[in-house]
Design a protein around this ligand. Structure first.
Ligand SMILES: Nc1ccn([C@@H]2O[C@H](COP(=O)(O)OP(=O)(O)OP(=O)(O)O)[C@@H](O)[C@H]2O)c(=O)n1
Ligand SMILES: C[C@](O)(CO)[C@H](O)COP(=O)(O)O
Length: 243
């Protein structure tokens, strides 16, 4: 175990923790190693994600969930903790990570910001905007973007069957910020089905009857998923260095 000890909250003021699921295989990325470790602007991709969270003063601790046996981040500094408890799905990795956060001293009333390790272009400003919007909220919420394009429905042959009304439709991003205890309970309800249909934290919270807050994210906060995404992510990082 690579857990650092964290003192339990000495007051009732909820703290903010970050939980980075980093245990995927990156099968759509076409890289030899999991995409989160692919070099990007001179650093493993996940290091850019970690750098963004390191720039947010209100984050008490960052926990990275990796696959069992994954040593890629083993030689790390004390700026984050690692839990080798990744599961078969993203939701299972998050669920296991929440228990690891509790073992580090996080409490049920603390906030958890769950963020894809693969969204390496998130910025401190975006994370702060989510925290600002969610701290006063009873439920919590997520970064997301209103659909910018016309939305089509397809058949199995790849032909359009309908054009859907995009009014009120958003693309979910991360971070997604909820109280640790509420998120844990919401996810636990799906453990028996292998978290079927739970593709993000908000979907678990919605299924539990909550209505998460949508906070406008950024097109730059995309998830590196396909081979062509690496060059785009690198170009964005390099453009920021020039600023
Ligand atoms: N069992 C899993 C699956 C995914 N993830 C993490 O969840 C994030 C978002 O998932 P996605 O982009 O779908 O990553 P992969 O599952 O790795 O990609 P693919 O579906 O292409 O295999 C990534 O940071 C990934 O490492 C995880 O921690 N545990
Ligand atoms: C959580 C997420 O980033 C929201 O868009 C996304 O759903 C994760 O990717 P996956 O392909 O569903 O694992």
């Amino acid at each position: 175990m690579d857990f650092d000890t964290l003192m339990p909250s000495s007051s009732h003021v909820p703290r903010c923790f970050a939980l980075l699921p980093c245990a995927g295989s990156g099968s759509r990325a076409g890289t030899a190693q999991p995409k989160q470790y692919q070099p990007l602007a001179g650093l493993p991709l996940v290091r850019h994600t970690l750098a963004a969270f390191a720039g947010v003063a209100r984050i008490a601790r960052v926990l990275v969930v990796v696959a069992p046996g994954d040593e890629m981040l083993a030689a790390h500094d004390a700026s984050f903790a690692i839990a080798p408890c990744g599961g078969a799905t993203r939701a299972e990795s998050v669920f296991n990570g929440l228990a690891a956060l509790q073992a580090l001293g996080a409490a049920a009333h603390d906030w958890v910001l769950v963020h894809d390790a693969a969204r390496c272009l998130v910025t401190p400003a975006l994370i702060d905007a989510l925290i600002d919007a969610c701290l006063p909220d009873a439920v919590g919420g997520l970064l997301a973007l209103p659909l910018a394009d016309t939305l089509k429905c397809a058949d199995a042959a790849g032909r359009v069957t309908a054009t859907l009304d995009r009014t009120g439709k958003w693309l979910a991003q991360t971070p997604q910020m909820f109280r640790l205890g509420a998120l844990q309970a919401a996810l636990a309800a799906h453990a028996g089905t292998g978290f079927a249909g739970i593709t993000d934290e908000a979907s678990a919270m919605e299924a539990a009857g909550h209505r998460p807050l949508l906070v406008r994210g950024s097109a730059q906060n995309f998830k590196v998923t396909y081979p062509e995404d690496f060059a785009l992510a690198e170009a964005v990082l390099q453009s920021r260095e020039r600023l």
